[in-house]
Design a protein around this ligand. Structure first.
Ligand code: ATP
Length: 350
């Protein structure tokens, strides 16, 4: 089911939680709405679901106007962060619920319900637990039941609001691999909300980065990560370093930077260079950046340096490949750094 969002906006008591925005999601795509707390992700998801009325704009499902339809009329499968299972019903009955409450004429026969729920139970790998109550399940198992329940109604789309938010890191990781597999097997158009950039980049076909009620960038995980469209996106997606400077006469200059860097798409004035720790390499002194090692961190398979740069308020993080570095620079040592990848954005210092 293709979803089109056209000029949709939402205010709460005069506060613009969502500024007018457009989004087109082709059928079968797995999309992440990613952004910091308060950026409007859940509001957008709820507007798509029909759980909230829009102030303006249209939501189209498969080319048809669904703006005034309820969640049930849109046939949306919705998974909440906190399970929302019926505590007194077994796993089986929780999954069967959406089928049993259909009007009599549309309700499948008992044998069909059983066959369908059993199929879903094996899809979410919970067949052995079909008679348990939610209280007798782990958090990850409960979320798998919630997903099976959302899929039982043959939804037009699956919408998931921070589905793994309440789980610990290891379970989150396992469940996201599993959700990807389920998505590939079932092919539902799926939109999930997350504030975890790693989860979004790892799982989704497409990442919609949100900030202050707007879409900052929308693209494949690779494109938003490697060509961020704004300083916000660069900073939000993964670890980043910022070097403050200025653009004038088509070049960027900054304290600590030996040579000016030519820029062609950045207006004159205060600007910042953004670079990731793994895109900085140790180099001979004199080229690139002149820095001083403030701390050396040894993590599994990797050495990271905290370096300070004269004239820059913020220190930089630099990854040094762990293997083969017989002797990484020591604390207090002066080093040269080469910037292998970076982006420069016009902006005042944060
Ligand atoms: P989080 O990751 O914290 O859930 P989010 O990106 O999903 O954040 P939303 O829940 O969409 O953000 O909220 C966007 C903004 O709208 C926030 O500033 C929030 O306080 C506000 N907001 C959301 N729902 C309501 C409401 N029912 N009444 C008033 N303000 C609301």
């Amino acid at each position: 089911m293709e979803i089109l969002i056209e000029g949709v906006s939402k205010q709460f008591e005069g506060f613009a939680a969502l500024k007018p925005l457009d989004l087109a999601i082709p059928s079968g795509q797995l999309v992440a709405l990613l952004g910091p707390s308060g950026s409007g992700k859940t509001t957008l998801l709820r507007l798509i679901a029909g759980l909230l009325p829009v102030d303006a704009g249209q939501v189209l499902f498969g080319g048809r106007d669904a703006t005034r339809l309820s969640l049930r009329q849109r046939k949306v499968g919705f998974v909440f962060q906190h399970y929302a299972l019926f505590p007194h019903m077994s796993v089986f009955e929780n999954i069967a619920f959406g089928l049993r409450v259909r009007p009599r004429a549309q309700r499948p026969k008992e044998a069909e319900i059983t066959a369908k729920v059993d199929r879903l139970l094996s899809l979410v790998q919970l067949a052995a637990l079909r008679d348990r109550l939610p209280a007798q399940l782990s958090g990850g198992q409960r979320q798998r039941v919630a997903l099976a329940r959302a899929m039982a109604i043959d939804p037009t789309v699956l919408l998931l609001d921070e589905p793994f938010g309440a789980l610990d890191a290891k379970v989150r990781f396992e469940l996201r691999q599993w959700l990807r597999t389920i998505h590939d097997e079932t092919g539902f158009t799926t939109i999930f909300v997350t504030h975890d950039q790693e989860e979004a980049l790892d799982l989704a076909d497409r990442v919609v980065v949100m900030n202050e009620g707007r879409i900052e960038q929308d693209g494949s995980p690779d494109s938003v990560y490697s060509t961020p469209a704004s300083a916000f996106v660069f900073d939000f997606l993964g670890r980043s370093n910022q070097i403050f400077g200025e653009v004038s006469d088509g070049v960027f200059r900054a304290p600590g930077l030996a040579n000016a860097i030519a820029v062609n798409d950045c207006r004159a004035g205060p600007a910042s260079l953004f670079t990731r720790p793994h895109d900085i390499a140790l180099a001979s002194m004199g080229s690139g950046l002149r820095a001083k090692v403030a701390a050396v961190h040894r993590l599994a398979g990797r050495v990271s340096l905290d370096v300070t740069i004269e004239g820059q308020d913020r220190s930089l993080l630099v990854d040094v490949p762990g293997h083969g570095v017989a002797r990484p620079p020591a604390r207090g040592e002066q080093v040269g750094l080469e910037l292998r990848q970076y982006r420069i954005f016009a902006m005042p210092p944060l």
